[in-house]
Design a binder for this molecule. Structure first.
Ligand SMILES: Cc1cc2nc3c(=O)[nH]c(=O)nc-3n(C[C@H](O)[C@H](O)[C@H](O)COP(=O)(O)O)c2cc1C
Ligand SMILES: C=C(O[C@@H]1CC(C(=O)O)=C[C@@H](OP(=O)(O)O)[C@H]1O)C(=O)O
Length: 391
């Protein structure tokens, strides 16, 4: 089992990820982890903050000479922007003048519920932690989990299928292998799964026109995981079901409002014979399916087919065209105005979702094959893969 938590404020010293349970003696690919952090920063539609930050991982514990020790791993992603906020974010005692406190809660954020819950008179005490800057910590930890899973032959990727009203027609990508969809997304500024310059332009125009009119956009992306054998997860208890655990980990990402697996909500409109994946067998392949409407999950377990989930992100709530709200001090209505914000962060959110999927999958794998040492995990994993193939 893995234990994973984050700490840190958006404009504080840094974002930190705590990860416990990674087997010892795993050789970490630092370049890969830093590459994942930079993937999270990219994507058309991001705001000024991403020009300041150059996220890199700094291992503070649990790693020696490039290998894991089996002890808790603490990772830091330092905030370059901290130096611009030090006077209002420092931990040493001090008082802020009233005019430097944030008293205007933004609709769509944790701001109002947070000040009411904690009794704060400064919204900053809430917004600093509710900010999606925290996702840098998720990606640092998720990248290490992805690194481990890759050594077990499991690949995780994602691509964007719609932003605002613009979508990628399904017939353009449904026949492409997942790896090709992913490689195309990596070359696209909006992470779409096809190489189509005019479609790419259409996505960018949608984002540009939202920016011009002071609007923001959400969208939908897909995450896949390849190479998992059947039987990871469990049908025996609600909190062990892998579908439920994956959904929770992805919906926990800031602004993600829903998740569906495989045929998803469409399954509710179709009769059963169009939804369930029939079972076949051949000597070379073992058991297999010709369709994957289940998205690789049946009964809370992997079924050996690719895991495919789709998630929806709401539009960024901080808008250049102001929304109405009420000042918590004066109780006067006002229209929120802002200095900087992302217009669309769907491509970045899809990278974060890959990380959450990696953390959840590796946790389930380690529950099935508890191992203190990575080489032993690999042996147990290969044995099981062979066993189910030759069943
Ligand atoms: C990668 C990423 C970047 C985001 N950037 C912004 C931003 O620049 N401005 C903003 O208002 N919200 C941004 N958000 C969304 C907010 O953090 C989120 O909407 C807010 O936490 C409330 O969402 P919730 O109701 O799901 O918690 C971003 C979210 C993600 C995943
Ligand atoms: C800093 C990141 O995302 C931030 C998420 C965010 C929010 O309100 O969620 C607001 C913006 O930050 P700022 O208010 O400093 O401009 C984004 O840039 C990041 O992704 O690293």
């Amino acid at each position: 089992m893995l234990r994973f938590l984050t700490a840190g404020e958006s404009h504080g010293k840094g974002i930190f990820a705590y990860l416990e349970g990674i087997p010892a003696n795993f050789q970490i690919d630092f370049e890969f982890i830093n590459g994942e952090l930079s993937r999270r920063q990219r994507g058309y539609g991001r705001g000024g903050r991403m020009k300041i930050e150059r996220d890199r991982v700094d291992f503070l514990s649990g790693v020696r000479l490039g290998r894991t020790l089996g002890s808790p791993i603490l990772m830091a992603v330092w905030n370059r922007d901290y130096k611009n906020w030090e006077d209002i974010m420092k931990s040493e005692p001090g008082e802020l003048p009233e005019d430097r406190k944030v008293t205007r809660p933004r609709p769509g954020h944790a701001d109002l519920s947070g000040v009411l819950k904690y009794g704060f008179n400064d919204v900053r005490n809430v917004l600093e932690r509710s900010s999606a800057r925290e996702t840098a910590g998720r990606v640092a930890a998720g990248a290490l989990c992805k690194n481990v899973l890759r050594e077990l032959g499991v690949e995780i990727g994602s691509y964007v299928v719609s932003i605002g009203r613009v979508g990628v027609p399904k017939e353009l990508y449904e026949d492409l292998p997942f790896k090709e969809r992913f490689e195309n997304a990596e070359r696209s500024e909006v992470r779409i799964p096809v190489l189509d310059p005019s479609l790419e332009e259409e996505f960018k125009r949608e984002i540009d026109s939202a920016r011009k009119s002071g609007e923001s956009l959400g969208g939908i992306f897909e995450v896949f995981a390849l190479g998992l054998p059947p039987g990871i997860g469990s049908h025996t208890q609600w909190d062990r079901r892998l579908d439920g655990r994956l959904a929770q980990s992805v919906v926990s990402i800031q602004a993600i409002k829903g998740v569906e697996f495989g045929a998803g909500f469409e399954a509710g409109r179709l009769p059963g014979s169009f939804v369930h994946d029939e079972i076949f067998y051949s000597e070379g392949r073992g058991f297999y399916r010709e369709t994957n409407r289940a998205g690789g999950l049946e009964g809370g377990m992997t079924n050996g087919e690719p895991i495919v989930l789709r998630a929806v992100m709401k539009p960024i709530p901080t808008l250049y065209s102001p929304l109405r709200s009420v000042d918590i001090k004066t109780k006067e209505p006002f229209e929120a105005s802002i200095e900087r914000s992302d217009v669309c962060a769907v491509p970045a959110a899809s990278v974060v979702a890959e990380s959450m999927v990696a953390i959840t999958l590796l946790s389930a794998v380690l529950e099935e094959f508890p191992s203190s040492n990575f080489d032993r995990l690999k042996v147990a994993w290969e044995l099981y893969r062979r066993e189910v193939k030759n069943f």
